[in-house]
Design a protein around this ligand. Structure first.
Ligand SMILES: [Zn+2]
Ligand SMILES: [Zn+2]
Length: 398
């Protein structure tokens, strides 16, 4: 039975390969930033509608979010499966995180699972969630807060990185905007009358750098100055920096947050500025499911012929979903190179024919795992048990 299901999945995904490649390139070649992914959303929605699926747009008040739904021809009274597609890009480097591939992997798993339900007469529903704004803000969190995932039994998504794993424990993160308010003055005529907000930003950056010596190896802090003043001959009255801090566990994030706040305050005190910290968004760590993850790694290893690697930094808004729902956030690698995400080189790799091949392979793997959940009651019980155990255990981690 499983062999024929594998064939149904392979046929569904390979049969759509040319369309998926077209969608992937359309998204890649027109990189759109957080919440501006209009064209990406449009090409995906057009494709799904032209393939006969119902699509709801403007989900959770997000104009670039959508939900496509398939109700099994065998009835809706089965498992409710959900896949996530991302499609936002990064400023300056386009699809350096390969979200064009995430977009089509979600579509591929959605098509394959719908086909499996129909062909094998399995009741249930499948939804493809078009989830914008992963690189900042966290579109999935807005959608989660609006309850759009509430009836799902299983959520899954895939992400390209330099490695593959089904057991990624992503970092929690908190992104902040820090503004300093000083007083403008002529930089040569009366600098002593000014209060230099640019200096406050510099002190904050330098002190955050010095703080690193006391941070744990898996903690991260990184920031940029987005406004350091307007003219060299004017003492800046305003400056702005943005910082993200990350830790392995939510409980540690509170500790790092406190220390970070003291640094930002110290820079204000040192310069006589006032300051304001705006906490913009926070992602929780990804809670992996060992049963789903192990099957993912077993199938992936048969093709990669390399062991999986879990130790990779980064954060995702899918982490917030994973804390609530049974889920798998599978990582897959593109070309065998070790180029990290968020680089121009990774953006180039994400456009390659090789990357397309690995994306379809990962999507087939994801669809095979879902099929197993749908058809093997004992396996599904193990998955649920593993999720319950992880949730109970997460009490000490959060
Ligand atoms: Zn990214
Ligand atoms: Zn990403």
């Amino acid at each position: 039975m499983l062999v024929s299901v594998d064939n149904v999945i392979a046929d569904a995904i390979d049969g759509a390969s040319a369309d998926l490649r077209r969608l992937s390139l359309a998204i890649h070649d027109n990189p759109e930033l957080v919440l501006k992914e209009e064209e990406a959303c449009r090409v995906l929605v057009d494709y799904l509608e032209s393939s006969g699926f119902k699509v709801e747009r403007n989900v959770a008040g997000l104009s670039t979010a959508f939900i496509s739904t398939y109700v099994s021809s065998a009835g809706a009274h089965g498992l409710n499966i959900g896949f996530c597609s991302e499609y936002d890009a990064l400023p300056g480097i386009g699809h350096g995180c390969g979200h064009n591939l995430i977009a089509i992997s979600g579509v591929a798993m959605f098509l394959a699972t719908s086909r499996v339900m129909h062909k094998c007469r399995i009741p249930g529903t499948v939804k493809l969630f078009g989830t914008p704004a992963e690189e900042a803000i966290g579109g999935k969190i807005t959608m989660l807060d609006h309850g759009v995932f509430d009836d799902r039994d299983l959520l899954m998504m895939l992400h390209p990185t330099p490695v593959y794993t089904g057991a990624w424990h992503s970092q929690c993160c908190l992104s902040m905007k820090i503004e300093y308010f000083g007083k403008a003055s002529h930089a040569a005529m009366a600098p002593w009358d000014g209060i230099n907000a640019g200096t406050a930003a510099n002190i904050a950056m330098l002190t955050m750098g010095a703080l690193r010596e006391q941070l744990k190896p898996d903690w991260r802090t990184h920031g940029i100055i987005t406004n350091g003043g307007q003219a060299a001959n004017v003492i800046p009255e305003y400056s702005c920096i943005e910082y993200t801090i990350r830790t392995a566990r939510a409980s540690e994030l509170h500790v790092l947050r406190e220390r970070t706040m003291r640094v930002f305050e110290a820079a204000a005190l040192a310069t006589g500025c006032t300051h304001k910290v705006t906490e913009e968004y926070a992602y929780l760590d990804n809670m992996d499911n060992p049963v789903l993850g192990q099957l993912y790694e077993e199938i992936m290893e048969s093709e990669y012929h390399l062991p999986p690697e879990q130790d990779i930094g980064g954060s995702t808004d899918f982490g917030n979903l994973s804390q609530k729902f049974i889920s798998l956030h599978g990582l897959f690698s593109l070309t065998g190179s070790r180029v990290p995400n968020h680089t121009v080189e990774f953006a180039k790799d994400a456009r390659s024919v090789e990357a397309h091949k690995w994306t379809l392979f990962a999507a087939k793997t994801g669809a095979r795992i879902v099929a197993r959940c749908l058809m093997d009651e004992e396996f599904w019980k193990q998955v649920k048990r593993a999720h319950d155990e992880r949730q109970r255990g997460s009490g000490d981690r959060h």
